[in-house]
Every structure is written in structure tokens, then in C-alpha cells.
Design a binder for this molecule. Structure first.
Ligand SMILES: Cc1cc2nc3c(=O)[nH]c(=O)nc-3n(C[C@H](O)[C@H](O)[C@H](O)COP(=O)(O)OP(=O)(O)OC[C@H]3O[C@@H](n4cnc5c(N)ncnc54)[C@H](O)[C@@H]3O)c2cc1C
Ligand code: FES
Ligand code: FES
Length: 1371
């Protein structure tokens, strides 16, 4: 402190608080580019902030940021993403992380306790961020001046509670339980709406329920702004260290002088920052020399209101701007202005998510649009209201219209945007005239998530003044401003030609048609972008939506909304346009989950098995204290690694250099194939091997070429990014990038006979019996990325005597162990692999994770230092491989009744370059396909070896594709016959006889075939037939929205694998359990714990209830428990449970004589005493077992079904899903419910949202949260009902249970089918407008995923034009 900087400001230290603790950073500590996330994770014990994306798109890293305003003596609290917030900007701020909200030492917060009780945390990686979001919402609601809520509740509303987490991603739960935990605090919640939990039982009264919830006391918030901070620095600090500067000028003059100085100093780079959220999009990798924080300049933070409008300082956050505009929309401004303010505020609420809007500024957004063509919403919506911007270039101040500002060449990096003014609008009314005038302003955006957190495909804003002549029909546009943006244009544009064309003319259908044709020539996305025609069609749709209620053809245009009477037309415009919006956009529906029901039948034969015991470790997951691999404190001397990957699909690797001449900052080593001491092995399994690093050739885009090691993860990532690979493609065959090419070149993996599925029946005979045939129809399916919230990670530590300990987040510790030993050329007993928990796996952390662990081990071995890696999201997405894409050709024969008699499939599966576990795919596909009775089933499945990343098993591998293929064929048959699809499904369900024919012994006993009963039950519980009729009626009376409904069955063959366990009883009676299975959020440990308590509880009639609390399941350690195998296929929980039960049996037997003696002597049995006595006489209290399933119990079936849907123009809203799922006797219904809902929502992602494209080299191009859209709270079913059926005793299964982890995922095909049904209606209507009754309108393939552009395309990109033409023709 104390040194005077060149600009005359004193250099200061940085002071802030984290969870009430004071942090002071002096000059030498400061790196201005360091984010709060990096700081928290590397320099504090607070590891609850997780790195999920590093780009503001997931919410795993959010913290509560509190700022004190000494003038108002007020504290402002808001969430921000710590991955984008720069530490230097935090002077005087107080940060609260999830540990600060509550923790195991000081007590958990009721938010965390309710997350536990509502079973809202599975893997727990998203949970701290979720809890901070809710905490912030609670804190802010309590500050409001709303009336006092009921005792025990907060001032929060249900909608606010849900919106609070709308920007947070969770890949495990499906969101419903999280929403329930949040809503439980809301003043207006109906307790009946809160879902399944461990607090109360069904049927308890409202008061009883309330009393069981962990108490929430409004007056005892943990959040106190630290007094010491109030007294310390309140302004921004000017900081300098090692040649880097952080400036926080407090006036324009000071800013000018800093800019001037920096301009003079050649060679230094400067970055202007406000919220730094732009870094989330542009991912700048360079470190600047100077950072200038604009937040402390009063002129940039102003909000000035006068009769001419509202001026907003450029550094004002989007959240603040929304707040101000909302206030003014009910203030003193003219009505027209209020409309403008309100609509702009409403639109802005869909920008990013709350935690980005809380720090991202309005000016930052506009500068990104101006300089870098960012697809801004703000620029588009401010364009038609004639916004003015004030800018400063050097000493010069300029006032420009927004249009001029955007139209200028990109401004110099030192130009400063000072403020934006939204002018006041008022209609000039001429009372004497013969016309009534009306002011109209609307904004639009089409994006994959209704509540934001998704960039729009296109946005628009329209302003118009319309006059309605009192004596005649027709509306005339006096003023018309139409802006369109975000469609891959340089910047938003005004469609001036269309405006000119419309102004002064009486609106008619013909005029609208002409205007739309003109618009089509105006809104043209630049060449080469995806969904280009879709974007243009959106522009047309929005203009139509805006103007159609004004057009005088009431019945046809707006479905009877306008009645031709101008005065009422004028009066009702707003309600009409709102209604029209609803019809087009579906905004009538609640944007969030509106209700859910869970009907659970659980058994109580093996207590506490079957009870909804809460998840092991859920509380520490919610507080962020649960330790994931990357949370393990870095050992001294630790290095960090990052993969260098190929961008070529097939090339010789000549050399690797770095772009910079000097080695990258922090660089330590470059490890490649030549550094491997043993075998070049990245992973190995019974199915085959994969090299760790490319040897001579890179074999796919994304192939591991080398591993950069540096002093920090950031430096390792930067260095990997600077790596330049010199390729040579001379004399090489072209790569195989498609399955067709693989076939041509005979490039396949062999499927061993024992894994090859068997044909069923005689195909030729079946075809001969058919009345009709479909021959050689084609379907294509793409890939899906796991999107586990925690990316691949490992930590390898060399130990004494040539041994290595590796912590890794993997589903297969045993395979990691074996691979590392071979790769290092060491005996297996030198290696120890430890896995405690995974931040999600979904199959992506089976063999794929092994390669990450092995890479760290090789580097650690070579450098003899600990080496860790946390793969960044982009690299993870590029290397992951994901689900298997495939091409399917089918021929099917069927009767006129819809009964299918024969099916033949040729399936080409893209397995990628290495075998991984692809060999299981054919069996999995056929197992699932057999859910229908196809008569005869003949297939030829080929596993194609291509130059693409190896595909791995992603949750329900092959099964989800098979479920889709089956349904697509059923749909095809139905449309060919013009029969209801549901009828064709019902006709082709198995009878018990056909089930036996298809599944042989796995079919089980007749009573176990529960599908027909579930099928009927679902029809009743979901009112399927009534709703089908209602939907037909709805579709008749709605032009621009269509609905569909569908129910599908699922059956899945499951196999149980051998699994080990060890149960040990310690001298105080506590119990330690080790199992082969890994807990990745699926609740394996919880079920294991229950079974251990049940198994040992049998020592006493009636069991010993308290045993549950005595059981601790510990991490897998491959030297402590061998033969752990891998966790996957949904059955590891139950096989681990069975192995534990076997151990318990052994222990019980060893304790029997002691127990009997005790009972004889005292008549009682105290667990602790018994164990103490056993210790005294040296009974062996540790038992090992390896559960080996007998062959007859290897397979079984699961059944389920679902229903739902609604379709809009491109956007699909899932109105309702009903699932009935046969779980056998659930081991833990809460866990199984979580698995069912989570899997179903992941399935929705596959079928509806998740595009995983590649470039022509096969390099993945969707590489983060900006382009890869998993479902969010606003895209799950609005009504989500799940029933878990207890189908009684199943002798051959572990405690009569059935798996739940994967089969429900395949049920999400119902959403796709229902969407298709809705599109069929849209196409029929389009056909009628075209004047053709095209029977083929129902025969089409709907691609997977059915994203908005796909749906719109299938409904007709030109539907508006066609409709207008038809209207003109019929007039
Ligand atoms: C996950 C996510 C989702 C998003 N979604 C949307 C969306 O749907 N629609 C949308 O419109 N936007 C969206 N955004 C963009 C967001 O609105 C901007 O990132 C934010 O407004 C930028 O403000 P900032 O203060 O953080 O700017 P910074 O990141 O601090 O700065 C951004 C750029 O502008 C420059 N700059 C900032 N202020 C000034 C100034 N006053 N004068 C000169 N230069 C300046 C900086 O030098 C930098 O180059 C999203 C952002 C994120 C992270
Ligand atoms: S890690 Fe910060 S939002 Fe995803
Ligand atoms: S619990 Fe949400 S990501 Fe796993």
C-alpha cells in the first residue's frame, strides 16, 4: 500500500470477505486475470464453487455477492458466476459460498436440509450452486416490503423460487425435486403440490407437514455484511503487480488519463471491463497488461429520468436496468413509454440467466454487438425505439443513434460507451380527426429455452402507430419500425424497405403478403450458417404475429379474434395480440413446472430396504463440503496437465511446437508416446484396447497426441491451446468419416458370437403373410454428449518404492488400475486407484475416464511429481465420443389391421476408431427392439470402425436408439395404413406367448409380465382417450398451435454382473462397507447402506433400526477390494447390495453362537455389547464376498410407458408426462424415483434438444453450454407424474428389485412421437391451404433431436405465406 501510481491514484491492496473471513491481497499476490472461481478453489478452503463450464452457462460456480452502499446504509445481494468474475473487481465486497450458507460444523441451512429431504441432490455437483441461487432469492425476497408470510414460510413466491434456479443446470435429477425443495419456502405454495420427500407421509395434514419441514426462520439469516468491510475501502482499488495493472478510475477524467497513458505505452494490451461476462462468450485466452474497471465512474452508473426518457449508464447491470424499467412502467411516463419500458424489461429478463444479468452490463452487451457482431438482444429491442448512445473517443464525446452506432466500423478498443438513452414515447392525438390511433410495441425472440440461458435463433422488435378510420374498416400504419437481429447478420437491422412499403397503406391480407415477401429478401442470414431458412421464416412469423390482428379478414387471419369493427379492434388490440402470442408461442402455459404427482408403492419386507432413506452424503453435497477429485487439496509440488489433440481425422504427426517462440507461461513438460515406460495403453477391457497417445498417426479429430504439463491448470490449458501440430497426409488413404464409407472399405469391429443377438422367426414367411410392405426405409440417428457436470479429472501421486496412487472420477477403478499398471510397466500391486464420488457419469466415465487417469499417471511417473488434470469442457466435449450414431434401413410387412408380421433391419453403427464397449451394442439394440411382437425379426448389425472418436456406452446405450427405431417403424406403419398410431402399438404389444418366443427364459413367469396391465392403467391414470379427443378438438380450433399425444412401452433386458463387497464391524459397533460399485449420483451407496443395515439387523427379530446410522460406505480402493469391475448397466446397485448381503450373512453366522449365549444369559441383545464381546473372543468381523449371479437370473425386463405433448411453431412444450414404472420391489423408492425422472429428462435432451455436430473432419463443433443445450427447468414437462409400481416378489432378483437407472430414458421417445403427432396435424392443415389432401402428409421422418428448426421445417417453413395465399384465394 502507499505507492503512487502513474495516474496519480494510490495503489492499494485488495480487501474483501469470503464467508465472513477477511482476505487482503497485496501487490505481489495479484494477477488481474484471475477469476473468483480460480481464487476460491486454489487459495481458499471453499471448494463448493464448481467449474461446470467456465462460461456463465451452468450455475455450478455461483456465489452470492454483497455490496455495501454507505450512503443509503444498504447492502445489495445478488448471485454472480464466479467463473467470470475477476477477483480484482471485488474490493470491499463480501462473498458467500454454499459453505457460508450452511455447513456440517455450524449447522446446515434449511435450504440444504430440504434439498436432502426432497431427494434433490444426486451426484451433488450442481447442488451448491443451486443452494446459493435459492439462498439469494430468499434473502432478496425477505428485503421486499411484501406482507408478512405465514409462519415458517418466506416472502418468496413459487414463481420466484423456480425462476431462481432456472439458469442452473443439473444433469441428474430432472429438476422436479429441486423445484420442490425451493418451492417449499414460498409463501404461496400449496403443500399438496410438493412432491415425494422423506419429511412426511402421504395423507398427513398441512400442519403436520409444516412441522416436519426443517424450520425456516426469517429472522436468522446467516447473511451479515461484515462490519470490518464497511469501515474499509469502499471504492474500487488501483492495483499493480509484476507489470500488470488493475485500474478503477473514479471519474471520466481519470479514465481519460489512464487511456491516454496506455495508448502512449507501446506494446501493452488493455482490457476495459465491467462484469467481464463477455469472457464467457469470447473465452479470451490472453492475459492483458492493463485492466480498466468502469464500475466506479459515476457517469457510467447513472440512471437519469426526465420527460424526454431514461438514460442508463453503460456500466449499469442488466438486472438493474430491468428493475428501473419495470418501476417506470408503472410510473409517471406516458402510457406509450410505459409500454416500451415494460416490454423491454420483460425481454431483458430472457437474456442469459439471473447470475449473468446481475453483473453483465447493458453497455458491455452493446459494445460486444458493435465490435464483435455479438447476437445481442438489447441492441435489437432498443433499435426501433430510437435509442441514443453517448460515446467517448479520446477526449471527444459523441451522441449517436443506436443505428448509427451499430452501423459504424468496429470501434477502437479504447472507445468508451458512456450511456444509452431510451426516449419517451407519446402518441400525438388529434381529437378532431376521423381516426383513432394506437401505439404498438412488441419484442420477440425464438430460443431453445423459453426463460433464457440460450441465445436466440432470431430476435425482433416492432414499433408502430396505427390509425383506425372511424368510418371505414381497415388500419393504417403511420409509423412503423421493424428491427431484426441475432440471425447471423453483422448487427441488428431495421427492415427499412418493409417499413416504407407498409407506411400509409391500409393493412390487408394482400398487403401483409407483399410485406412478408419483401421481408424474405431482407432478413437473410450470411452464407454457411446453420438453420438459415428457419431464421428467415421466424422473421416472417413474427411480423405476421404482430400485424395479423390488424388485418381486416377476421375469421381467417386471426381465428375470429377481430370482428371488423374498428373501435373494438382498437380497444382489444392488446388482448388480441397477447392472445395471438399465446397461440403462436404458447406463453399461456406456465413457463415452469406447474405440477407433479408421484404415486409410490413401496414394499416393507426387508426394512430399512424399501424405505425412502435420504441419499448418503446429500447434506455435505448441498454445502459443497463433499470432496470430488478436483477438490482434493493439491499436494505440494503438484503439476497440472492438459491434452493436446488432433484436429485432423487421419494424419501423420510430424512434430508439436508452440506458437510462441518462448515456452508458454508455466510450461513444464510435453509428454507423448515416447515417454510411456510400459505399453502405450489408454484403456483396456475384455472388448479391446486403445492407445494412450497417437503413435505415428492421429486417427481421429480429437485423438490424444500429447499431454502438456504446467504449474497451474490454467497454464496447462493455455499451453495446450498454443500447441501447433505439424501433420503430414501424404500417401495416406482418406479417413473413414461415415458408416457408408466404412462399409465400402470393409472397416468393421467383430462381434464375438456370445454377444451376437439371435434372429427371431422366419422373415420370408412373415413377409409372405403380410398384406402390405414397406421396403428399405431409412432412419439416421446422431450422437449425444454425456454432459456430466464434472468433466474428466484425475490426480496421480508417485509414492515410495515405484508405486503410484491415482484418484480418479471413474466408473471403472479396476480397469484404470490394470491400464495404469500396464502403461507404467509395473506390477499391479504397485498401483492403487481410489474413487470416492463422481460428478455424474452416465457411461462417459467408464473407459473414457481411464485415459485421463492414465495420462496423469504417466506424467507423474516421468516427472516424479504429483500431476492432476481437470479437463476443460471444450476438450471434454471434443474427446468424449458420446452415444453411437447409426444408420438404419428397414423393411417391414404388416396386415391391414396393423399387425406386423415381419421386420428386417440393417443397422450400421458408427463405433468410432477404437472398440471401447461398442461390442455390447448389437445385443442391447436387439434386446430393446423386441419390445414389440414383430412376428419375425431379422437383422444385420454392423459395428463400423471409422476415423471418429470411439463411442462409449452412454446411459441406455443402443437401447434408446432401439426404442426410437421401434416407434419410428410403428409410426410408419400407422401412417401408411392411415390408422391411429396408438392402435398399431396396442395391436403389436406382446402376448405372454410371443414374449417367450422373443425373450426366451428372460420373459419370466406369466405374472411377471406386467406390461399389458401397465398399458391399460396408464390409459386410465393419464385419461389418455379423453385427452386424445380434447386434443383433436384443440387442433380443429387452433391454426398456429397443434398438439399431439402418445404412449409408448419399454422393455429392457438387464444383466447382473459379478460384484464384490466387504463388510467390517469396528469395535464400537460402527460398520464400514466397501463395494465394487461406484456412486455417481445414482444412490448406490444409499441402497448398499440400507441392505447392510437390513442384513446385519437380522441378528435380532424385528431388526435393529439404529444400525442404519452406523453404516458408512467408503470410497473404492482397488487394493482394498479387488475385482470391482465397472459400474454401469443399471444393475451395479443391486449386485453390490447382494454382495453386501452375502457378507452380512457370513458375519451373522459368525456372531450366532455369541448372540444365543447373550440371549440366554440376559434375555436381551445390545448391538454394541455383542460386538465388544466378539472382539474380546477374536471373532473375525470382516467379511468379503463376490456375488456371482446364477445364469437364470442374468436377465429380466422392465416395463413402463409415458404420455404427453404440445407443439407450437417450432417450439415444443411438453405439457404433461405420465410414467408408470415397474420397479419390482424398489430398494429405495426415493432413489428410484430420482433415477426415473432424471433418466427421462436426459432422454428428452436426446430426442428434443441436444445437437452434437462436427465439422467435415469429424471434429466436434458444439463445445460448450452456448451450443449444447441440455434440458433446463423451463423445458421439462409442465405436469410430470410418475408412478412406481411395486410388482411384488421376483424370486430371481435381488430382494425382488428391478433396475431404474436406464430404461426410463428410453421412454422419452414418447415426447418425440407426440411432437410428430402434432406436426402431422400441422401438415394436414398446410395441405388443405395448398388445396391438396395429401395422404403423404403423415409420411415423414422427424429427425432426432427434434430441435425448433427441425420442427418448424417439418410443419412448413412457408406456412404463413401459404396461409395468406389461401386466404387471398378464398376471399
Ligand atoms: C451465459 C451468457 C448468456 C448470455 N446470453 C445472452 C443473450 O441471450 N442475449 C444477449 O443479448 N446477451 C447475452 N449475453 C451477453 C451479456 O449480456 C453480456 O455478456 C454482458 O451484457 C456484457 O456485459 P459486461 O459488463 O459483463 O461486459 P464485459 O465482459 O466486462 O465487457 C464486454 C466487452 O465490452 C467492452 N466494454 C464493456 N463496457 C464497455 C464500455 N462502457 N465502453 C467500451 N467498451 C466496453 C469490454 O472491453 C469487452 O470487450 C450472455 C452472456 C453470458 C455470459
Ligand atoms: S462454471 Fe461458471 S457458470 Fe458454469
Ligand atoms: S445432482 Fe445435479 S448435476 Fe448431479
Amino acid at each position: 500500500m502507499g505507492e503512487v501510481a502513474a495516474d496519480g491514484e494510490r495503489k492499494e491492496s485488495l480487501v474483501f470477505a469470503i464467508n465472513g473471513e477477511r482476505f487482503e491481497l497485496s501487490e505481489s499476490d495479484i494477477d488481474p486475470s484471475i477469476t473468483l472461481l480460480e481464487f476460491l478453489r486454489s487459495r481458499t478452503p471453499f471448494k463448493s464453487v464448481k467449474l461446470g463450464c467456465g462460461e456463465g452457462g451452468c450455475g455450478a460456480c455461483i456465489v452470492l455477492l454483497s455490496k455495501y452502499d454507505p450512503v443509503l446504509d444498504q447492502v445489495k445481494d445478488s448471485t454472480v458466476s464466479s467463473c467470470l468474475t475477476l477477483v480484482c473487481s471485488l474490493n470491499g465486497c463480501s462473498i458467500t459460498t454454499a459453505e457460508g450458507v450452511g455447513n456440517s460444523k455450524d449447522g446446515f441451512h434449511p435450504i440444504q436440509e430440504r434439498f436432502v429431504g426432497f431427494h434433490a441432490s444426486q451426484c451433488g455437483f450442481c447442488t451448491p450452486g443451486m443452494c446459493v441461487s435459492v439462498f439469494s432469492a430468499l434473502v432478496n425476497a425477505e428485503k421486499s416490503n411484501r406482507s408478512e408470510p405465514r409462519p415458517g414460510f418466506s416472502k418468496l413466491t413459487v414463481t420466484e423460487a423456480e425462476k431462481a434456479i432456472a439458469g442452473n443446470l443439473c444433469r441428474c435429477t430432472g429438476y422436479r425435486p429441486i423445484a420442490d425443495a425451493c418451492k417449499s419456502f414460498a409463501a404461496d405454495v400449496d403443500m399438496e403440490d410438493l412432491g415425494y420427500n422423506s419429511f412426511w407421509k402421504k395423507g398427513e395434514s398441512h400442519e403436520e407437514k409444516m412441522s416436519r419441514l426443517p424450520a425456516y426462520n426469517r429472522n436468522s439469516s446467516n447473511l451479515k455484511f461484515p462490519e470490518f468491510l464497511k469501515k474499509e475501502i469502499k471504492a474500487g482499488a488501483n492495483l499493480a503487480s509484476k507489470g500488470y495493472h488493475w485500474y478503477s478510475p473514479s471519474s471520466i477524467e481519470k479514465l481519460q488519463s489512464i487511456l491516454q497513458k496506455n495508448e502512449a505505452d507501446d506494446g501493452t494490451s488493455t482490457k476495459i471491463v465491467v462484469g467481464n461476462t463477455g469472457a464467457g462468450y469470447y473465452k479470451e485466452l490472453e492475459q492483458y497488461d492493463n485492466y480498466i474497471d468502469l464500475k466506479h465512474i459515476p457517469e457510467l452508473s447513472i440512471i437519469v429520468k426526465d420527460q424526454t426518457g431514461i438514460e442508463i449508464g453503460a456500466a449499469v447491470t442488466i438486472s438493474k436496468a430491468i428493475e428501473v424499467l419495470k418501476q417506470e412502467s408503472v410510473g409517471d411516463f406516458p402510457l406509450e413509454s410505459k409500454t416500451v419500458f415494460k416490454k423491454i424489461a420483460d425481454h431483458m429478463e430472457k437474456i442469459a440467466s439471473g447470475f449473468v444479468r446481475n453483473s453483465g452490463s447493458v453497455g458491455g452487451n452493446l459494445m460486444m454487438a458493435q465490435r464483435k457482431q455479438f447476437p445481442s438482444d438489447i441492441a435489437t429491442i432498443l433499435l426501433p425505439v430510437d435509442a441514443i448512445v453517448n460515446i467517448m473517443i479520446g477526449q471527444k464525446l459523441e451522441k449517436l443513434t443506436l443505428e448509427e452506432f451499430l452501423g459504424r466500423p468496429p470501434l477502437d478498443s479504447r472507445a468508451i460507451l458512456l450511456s444509452i438513452k431510451i426516449p419517451s414515447w407519446e402518441l400525438t392525438k388529434d381529437i378532431s380527426s376521423e381516426t383513432d390511433t394506437k401505439f404498438l410495441f412488441e419484442t420477440y425472440r425464438a430460443a431453445s429455452r423459453p426463460l433464457g440461458n440460450a441465445l436466440p435463433y432470431l430476435n425482433a422488435a416492432f414499433l408502430a402507430e396505427v390509425s383506425f378510420c372511424r368510418n371505414s374498416t381497415g388500419a393504417t400504419l403511420n409509423t412503423c419500425r421493424l428491427s431484426f437481429g441475432a440471425y447471423a447478420s453483422k448487427h441488428p437491422i431495421r427492415a427499412s424497405n418493409v417499413e416504407e412499403f407498409l407506411i400509409g397503406k391500409v393493412l390487408s391480407v394482400g398487403l401483409l403478403y407483399e410485406a412478408i415477401k419483401l421481408l424474405e429478401t431482407t432478413v437473410i442470414p450470411k452464407d454457411g450458417i446453420s438453420h438459415s431458412a428457419y431464421k428467415s421464416s421466424l422473421a416472417v412469423g413474427f411480423l405476421f404475429e404482430f400485424l395479423s390482428p390488424l388485418v381486416d379478414t377476421p375469421d381467417q387471419i386471426s381465428g375470429g379474434l377481430c370482428n371488423g369493427d374498428n373501435s373494438s379492434m382498437l380497444r382489444d388490440y392488446n388482448s388480441k395480440i397477447e392472445d395471438n402470442n399465446d397461440k403462436l408461442n404458447g406463453t399461456k402455459f406456465p413457463t415452469l413446472l406447474s405440477s407433479s404427482k408421484q404415486n409410490i408403492q413401496s414394499g416393507n419386507d426387508y426394512p430399512p430396504v424399501g424405505q425412502p432413506v435420504t441419499k448418503v452424503g446429500a447434506a455435505i453435497q448441498a454445502s459443497g463440503e463433499a470432496v470430488f477429485v478436483d477438490d482434493i487439496p493439491a499436494p505440494g509440488n503438484c503439476l497440472y496437465g492438459a491434452f493436446v489433440y488432433s484436429t485432423e481425422p487421419l494424419a501423420r504427426v510430424k512434430s508439436i511446437t508452440f506458437t510462441s517462440r518462448s515456452p508458454p507461461v508455466g510450461f513444464n513438460a510435453l509428454i507423448s508416446v515416447k515417454d510411456i515406460p510400459g505399453k502405450n495403453l489408454g484403456c483396456t477391457s475384455i472388448f479391446g484396447e486403445e492407445p494412450l497417445y497417437a503413435d505415428e498417426f492421429a486417427q481421429f479429430a480429437g485423438d490424444r497426441i500429447a499431454f502438456v504439463v504446467a504449474d497451474t491448470q490454467k497454464h496447462a490449458d493455455l499451453a495446450a491451446n498454443l500447441a501447433v501440430i505439424d501433420y503430414d497426409k501424404d500417401n495416406l488413404n482418406p479417413p473413414i468419416l461415415s458408416v457408408e464409407e466404412a462399409v465400402k472399405r470393409g472397416s468393421f469391429f467383430e462381434v464375438p458370437p456370445f454377444l451376437s443377438p439371435k434372429q427371431v422367426g422366419d422373415f420370408s414367411k412373415g413377409m409372405a403373410e403380410a398384406d402390405r410392405q414397406i421396403l428399405s426405409a431409412e432412419i439416421k440417428l446422431g450422437s449425444q454428449y454425456y454432459f456430466y457436470m464434472e468433466t474428466q479429472t484425475a490426480l496421480a501421486m508417485p509414492d515410495e518404492d515405484n508405486s503410484m496412487v491415482v484418484y480418479t472420477s471413474t466408473q471403472c477403478p479396476q480397469i484404470a488400475h490394470e491400464t495404469i499398471a500396464q502403461c507404467l510397466g509395473l506390477p499391479a500391486n504397485n498401483i492403487r486407484v481410489i474413487t470416492r464420488r463422481l460428478g455424474g457419469g452416465f457411461g462417459g466415465k467408464s473407459l473414457r475416464a481411464v485415459t485421463a487417469a492414465t495420462a496423469c499417471a504417466v506424467a507423474a511417473y516421468k516427472l516424479q511429481r504429483p500431476v492432476r488434470m481437470y479437463v476443460n469442457r471444450k476438450t471434454d466435449m471434443i474427446m468424449a465420443g458420446g452415444r453411437h450414431p447409426m444408420k438404419i434401413t428397414y423393411s417391414v410387412g404388416f396386415k391391414e389391421s396393423g399387425k406386423i408380421t415381419a421386420l428386417k433391419l440393417d443397422i450400421l453403427i458408427d463405433a468410432g476408431v477404437f472398440p471401447d464397449v461398442s461390442i455390447i451394442l448389437p445385443g442391447a439394440i436387439v434386446g430393446s427392439l423386441k419390445k414389440y411382437d414383430w412376428g419375425a425379426l431379422n437383422f444385420d448389425l454392423k459395428l463400423c470402425k471409422t476415423n471418429r472418436p470411439s463411442r462409449s456406452a452412454m446411459r441406455a446405450p443402443g437401447e434408446v436408439q432401439a426404442s426410437f427405431i421401434a416407434e419410428a417403424i410403428i409410426e410408419h406403419v400407422a401412417s401408411t395404413l392411415s390408422v391411429e398410431v396408438d392402435t398399431v402399438r396396442s395391436i403389436n404389444l406382446h402376448t405372454y406367448n410371443s414374449l417367450g418366443f422373443f425373450y426366451k427364459s428372460a420373459a419370466g413367469e406369466p405374472l411377471e409380465y406386467t406390461l399389458p396391465a401397465i398399458w391399460d392403467q396408464l390409459a386410465t391414470s393419464s385419461s389418455f382417450h379423453q385427452r386424445t379427443e380434447m386434443i383433436q378438438e384443440f387442433n380443429r380450433s387452433n391454426k398456429w398451435r397443434k398438439r399431439g399425444i402418445s404412449r409408448v412401452p419399454v422393455m429392457q433386458e438387464m444383466s447382473v454382473r459379478p460384484t464384490p463387497a466387504k463388510v467390517s464391524i469396528l469395535s464400537d459397533g460402527s460398520i464400514v462397507v466397501e463395494v465394487g460399485g461406484v456412486d455417481m449420483g445414482q444412490g448406490l451407496w444409499t441402497k448398499v447402506k440400507q441392505v447392510a443395515a437390513y442384513g446385519l439387523g437380522l441378528i435380532k427379530p424385528g431388526g435393529t433400526e439404529e444400525l442404519l446410522e452406523k453404516v458408512r460406505v467408503i470410497q473404492s480402493d482397488t487394493l482394498s477390494l479387488i475385482q470391482g469391475g465397472f459400474t454401469g448397466g443399471s444393475t451395479t446397485s443391486e449386485s453390490s447390495c447382494e454382495a453386501v448381503r452375502l457378507c452380512c450373512n457370513v458375519l451373522l453366522e459368525r456372531l450366532t453362537s455369541l448372540k444365543e449365549k447373550s440371549m440366554e444369559q440376559t434375555g436381551t441383545l445390545e448391538w454394541e455389547t455383542l460386538i465388544l464381546q466378539a472382539y474380546q473372543i477374536s471373532v473375525n468381523l470382516s467379511a468379503n464376498s463376490l456375488f456371482i449371479p446364477d445364469s437364470t437370473s442374468m436377465q429380466y425386463l422392465n416395463y413402463g410407458a409415458a404420455v404427453e405433448v404440445n407443439l407450437l411453431t417450432g417450439e415444443t412444450t411438453i405439457l404433461r408426462s405420465d410414467i408408470i414404472y415397474d420397479c419390482g420391489q424398489s430398494l429405495n423408492p426415493a432413489v428410484d424415483l430420482g433415477q426415473i425422472e432424471g433418466a427421462y429428462v436426459q432422454g428428452i435432451g436426446f430426442f428434443m434438444f441436444e445437437e452434437y455436430p462436427t465439422n467435415s473432419n469429424g471434429l466436434v463443433t458444439a463445445n460448450g453450454t452456448w451450443s449444447y443445450k441440455i434440458p433446463t427447468l423451463d423445458t421439462i414437462p409442465k405436469q410430470f407424474n410418475v408412478e412406481i409400481l411395486n410388482s411384488g416378489h421376483h424370486q430371481k432378483r435381488v430382494l425382488s428389485s428391478k433396475a431404474s437407472g436406464e430404461p426410463p430414458l428410453t421412454l422419452a421417445v414418447s415426447v418425440h412421437c407426440a411432437t410428430r403427432a402434432a406436426i402431422v396435424e400441422a401438415r394436414r392443415q398446410l395441405g388443405s391451404w395448398n388445396g391438396v389432401d395429401d395422404p403423404n402428409s403423415t409420411a415423414f421422418q422427424l429427425e432426432v433431436p427434434a430441435v425448433m428448426p427441425v420442427v418448424k421445417e417439418r410443419c412448413g417453413l412457408d406456412s404463413v405465406e401459404k396461409f395468406l395465399q389461401w386466404t387471398m384465394g378464398t376471399k
